[in-house]
Design a protein around this ligand. Sequence first.
Ligand code: SF4
Length: 219
Amino acid sequence: MKWKTVSIVINGTLPLVNFGVRYFISIDGTETIHDIIRGMPVYKKIKQNVIDHPEAHVVINMTVNTLNYECVEQVVRDWYGYARGLTFQFHTPFSHDDRLWLPYGNLRDRTIDKMLRLKEDYPDFIANTSKQLNLFRDWKWTVNCPKWFFVNLDASGRTKQSCVISGTDENGVSPICERCGIGCYAGAYSGLFLSDTEWFRMFKVARRAVPFKNKHVSW
Ligand code: SF4
């Protein structure tokens, strides 16, 4: 089978090897917040890895939750000069008492409003479409989630059930779909069912030349 596009979601702590894939590196906030969420001081290492491998196609993926929703703008600024693009998504819980989930309502809506403004300020960097971001205001789109659209493999090549954040065991714990904030599926929904032509802008974002000015991180 010939793959159209292969993306690898990583934590960015290992050196990047350029073999024609797109890396999505998970960054969950500013240095302090990212390291608190990850439970160890890895942020500096990730940034140095990205700087050391400008040939690799790196997109930052920020998963927004109750700990980091206030720093979305700072994350955009922190990575604008280092990565090709940035995508936002929202934390998707596996249990109803997961405190990282940012509930539907005012706070979440205001965060989405801020993302939409940031898109205007950084049109060559933020890859989400407006329709995609607006889907995250409620659960309605998840009823028809196009989970068939992607083939998701774990690090051993086994197929994940039923979507990218699930495990490989069909009987394993499942994410709560009606609280889903996964960017790629909301994006596919938006393109398939909402005629979201803004996706074509992605090609521009993907080709963005990054001004890698410094080989070493200055803090
Ligand atoms: S968690 Fe989200 S992406 Fe996964 S199947 Fe449910 S709605 Fe779709």
